[in-house]
Write a protein that binds this ligand. Structure first.
Ligand SMILES: Cc1cc2nc3c(=O)[nH]c(=O)nc-3n(C[C@H](O)[C@H](O)[C@H](O)COP(=O)(O)O)c2cc1C
Length: 169
């Protein structure tokens, strides 16, 4: 297992558009018994309810969603530049309901205060769930959203999590 240091949120000055949208993150949810991870490229960081938060969007069809719903916490793992992108593609295209993705990808789960994350990452954001909101088409103000992203009805749930810890290697 690698050693991670707590990183004060004030010194966290990374561009979220690049970090999540371009470099991608791995969302991990679960507990010591059952855990699963999937790649994400939609989400963000900010301030809500006077807390530092992160938010992610998970479709109904994702196996990770069952663990997001049954557990109180989740994490985002980011990897150093040059990390094998095909591993992120794998975690983002195969379902953990069918394969033990950690085993196949030769990745390891580590825990911080019982919150699972990927040990091979170099930046970890550990969160406590604050809200889960299913985003339904009746809330869309732009009708193109439904036809562009939800033709098959596989809707997203937005999870807002309070950032409890930022860990860096
Ligand atoms: C680059 C990339 C970004 C992705 N972003 C998201 C996302 O933000 N939300 C989502 O629900 N699925 C996203 N996916 C798809 C899931 O990662 C994919 O369906 C995954 O296999 C689900 O795994 P699971 O069934 O084990 O949870 C993304 C996939 C890739 C490759």
């Amino acid at each position: 297992m690698h050693t991670f240091q707590p990183c004060p949120i004030d010194v966290f000055d990374t561009n979220p558009f690049t970090l999540i949208g371009k470099d991608w993150a791995v969302l991990t949810a679960g507990n010591q018994q059952k855990v699963n991870s999937m790649t994400i490229s939609w989400g963000g960081f900010g301030v809500l309810w006077n807390k530092n938060v992160c938010f992610v969007f998970v479709r109904d069809s994702r196996y990770t969603k069952t663990l997001m719903d049954s557990c109180d916490t989740f994490s985002l793992t980011f990897f150093q530049k040059g990390f094998n992108r095909s591993i992120l593609m794998y975690l983002g295209s195969v379902s953990g309901s069918r394969e033990n993705k950690m085993q196949v990808a030769h990745l390891h789960v580590n825990y911080t205060d019982n919150i699972p994350f990927i040990d091979e990452g170099n930046l970890i954001i550990a969160c406590k769930k604050l809200s889960a909101t299913r985003i339904t088409p009746d809330t869309f103000l732009d009708s193109a959203l439904e036809s562009n992203y939800y033709k098959n009805g596989d809707l997203h749930t937005m999870y807002v999590g309070e950032i409890l810890q930022v860990l860096a290697r």
